[in-house]
Design a protein around this ligand. Structure first.
Ligand SMILES: *Cc1c(COP(=O)(O)O)cnc(C)c1O
Length: 620
């Protein structure tokens, strides 16, 4: 696997050019060149790059797919989309999104008061806002305020209590106004169909959200009685994220379509839209056997449009407008986290580290001979001999017959023999070789925190595509495990022989090696946790002007140490004083040294939490 599954997850966003991973956009700049440009300005540690052109690509692909289906089927409803803010609320993302999405009349979805405020300030008037999730009176009042500003806002009710609050707030807000202005009302339905996969809980009878059919009928009556039926405009459902298969969606569409038609026939005259929620999956797999999505965006759009048309035709109602709230699909690909490798842990297993003695113990001498004469024909036999000798030699050490130097030589020699044998036998795909790969895996220490940058890897076992951004013209040979720099053994992406990751054999004291983590733009950023007090990495928006020249904007540096402590409510003034006094009062150092130590300390406090260097000579 030389391209690290790029043809599976890459979606033509990247190409390999001169051995470097490069953007398949503008002038095909390499990721290495981008991060070198940023690092030259003094920003080290992990870097999060955001590419607005990839947000635009997802949006236009989604709209093109639906517009094509609508045209092909002669569908009379229209297509709209809103972005669910819970997937990524970071300003650099939201601003880029709203900029590239403006031509599509794209809106935002909010699930909390803070998200609603973002939606009210960032969505242009006219573009839709939808509001889901549990709401209190204040949140509903905010929706009325948005409606009075002129926003096209729909409040989706998750239960009857919310509808009762809407009725109250409506009376309060419209009592004195000449014009009765209220948000549109949507109803989220509790599906009997359920989603699949690790995020399937959002659908089904036991879901946290939505109205049962009994509640739906009650809600309908309440709206009629309170003169709000003219506001009921949308049916909403969401069957869960990262739908791997299309079948559950088709069932849900039929269910929702029939509810829409039924309510319309009952007299919901303003009902005009079905909101199919999110769930459109992203392909994260780097290996064909692990593929996560079994449908294309075209199939998805065709199914939605066809089924809505079918139900509407059968029931004799107007074809509804279609809304989606895809989040993952829109945001995942736009960001890439790139981090330097700091150290390789079994680098000591090298020929140079051998300490050959004048007279080696006979078994060790034999290992030297095996290493010297191993070839394609004898590789398997020599490999077995070496493994056998290792067992014997380790026993001899335990019994006190050989010393630490002999033991070190044993470990190095056997490791070198295994590596050589694997090279020689690489065309044979046997279980034994796979097992051995596991044994010679290399641990790469990477300057990032998986808890900050890949929380779904820790929490849900979600894999993200990982690859080096350079040296792609040479075959990577080391089976690799990745260690992050947190002090938590869960911060490891272990080597998986079924889905192997191989990286290059490198000497990190002489050369830089960067790993990129892809498809991190959805959910990871705000779910990321400050375990060990590591923070969101330094981020940059990377865009391209009309000439294709790169522009780096909106750089936000990772928080400095004092700000991190301030965030968790330490009194940083007190911390400052305490450490300053301890230096000033220390009987161990003189005045000059105190001043110099204080200078150093303040410099360190102004920097971020990621590691600067491991090797003394290099700066990371
Ligand atoms: C989370 C959520 C979404 C987004 O789902 P994706 O799988 O990211 O597309 C859409 N709608 C609602 C109601 C949600 O809760």
């Amino acid at each position: 696997m030389q391209d690290f599954g790029l043809d599976i997850w890459g979606d033509d966003n990247y190409i390999i050019k001169d051995g470097k991973l490069s953007l398949n956009y503008a002038k095909n700049i390499s990721l290495l060149k981008i991060i070198q440009t940023i690092r030259e300005r003094g920003y080290k540690g992990p870097l999060l790059l955001r590419f607005p052109h990839l947000i635009k690509k997802q949006i236009s692909t989604l709209f093109d797919a639906f517009h094509t289906s609508i045209n092909e089927f002669g569908y009379t409803g229209s297509f709209h989309a809103v972005f669910p803010l819970k997937v990524n609320q970071f300003p650099n993302f939201v601003h880029s999104l709203m900029e590239v999405a403006a031509p599509y009349g794209y809106g935002l979805e909010a699930g909390s008061k803070a998200e609603l405020i973002i939606a009210m300030s960032e969505t242009p008037l006219g573009a839709p806002i939808t509001v889901n999730g549990f709401k209190d009176k204040e949140m509903i009042a905010l929706c009325f305020i948005a409606a009075k500003m002129g926003h096209n806002i729909t409040v989706t009710i998750e239960g009857l209590g919310e509808l009762e609050t809407i009725i109250d707030v409506n009376t309060e807000f419209n009592k004195e106004s000449a014009l009765c202005i209220a948000p549109k009302i949507g109803v989220r339905i509790r599906m009997h169909s359920v989603g699949i996969g690790i995020w399937a809980k959002s659908g089904g009878y036991s879901s946290k959200f939505g109205l049962t059919s009994t509640e739906l009928l009650k809600a309908f009556d309440l709206m009629l009685q309170n003169d709000l039926i003219g506001q009921l405009s949308m049916i909403h459902f969401h069957i869960g994220s990262q739908m791997g298969e299309i079948a559950p969606l088709k069932k849900a569409l039929r269910e929702a379509g029939n509810i829409y038609a039924d309510l319309k026939k009952r007299g919901a005259y303003a009902l005009s839209a079905i909101n199919i929620g999110g769930g459109l999956a992203v392909e994260y797999a780097q290996h064909h056997q692990a593929q996560e999505r079994n449908y294309s965006i075209k199939e998805f759009a065709n199914d939605v449009v066809f089924l809505m048309q079918d139900v509407a035709k059968n029931k004799g109602v107007e074809e509804p407008d279609i809304f989606t709230e895809s989040g993952r699909y829109i945001a995942a690909s736009h960001s890439v986290m790139i981090a330097p490798v700091l150290e390789l842990f079994s680098q000591e297993y090298q020929q140079e580290s051998l300490r050959s003695k004048e007279i080696n113990p006979p078994l060790i001498q034999e290992l030297f001979d095996l290493l010297g004469t191993i070839n394609r024909n004898n590789a398997r036999e020599y490999l077995h001999d070496a493994l056998d000798h290792r067992e014997s030699l380790l026993t001899l050490f335990d019994l006190g017959y050989i010393d630490l130097e002999d033991r070190s030589n044993t470990e190095i020699l056997v490791d070198l023999i295994i590596k050589k044998a694997i090279m020689l036998l690489k065309d044979e795909d046997t279980d034994e070789l796979k097992r051995l790969q596991n044994r010679i895996q290399e641990k790469y220490l990477v300057n990032f925190s998986s808890f900050v940058s890949l929380p779904d890897f820790w929490g849900l076992g979600q894999n993200f595509p990982i690859m080096p951004i350079d040296r792609l013209d040479t075959k990577p040979t080391r089976p690799a495990s990745l260690w992050d720099i947190t002090c938590d053994s869960d911060g490891e992406i272990a080597f998986n022989p079924k889905l192997p990751l191989h990286l290059h054999e490198i000497d990190i004291t002489k050369e830089e090696y960067f790993l990129a983590f892809f498809l991190t733009g959805a959910y990871q950023e705000v779910l990321g946790m400050q375990h060990n007090l590591f923070t969101h990495p330094t981020e940059v928006v990377v865009s391209f002007d009309e000439e294709g020249e790169m522009q780096l904007d909106d750089l936000i540096e990772a928080q400095n140490l004092m700000d991190v402590l301030d965030d968790i409510d330490y009194d940083t003034g007190k911390i400052n004083k305490s450490i300053k006094f301890k230096i000033e009062d220390s009987p161990l150092i003189d005045e000059r040294e105190k001043r110099s130590l204080l200078g150093k300390l303040y410099l360190y406090l102004s920097e971020n939490c990621y590691l600067k260097t491991i090797q003394a000579t290099e700066e990371y």
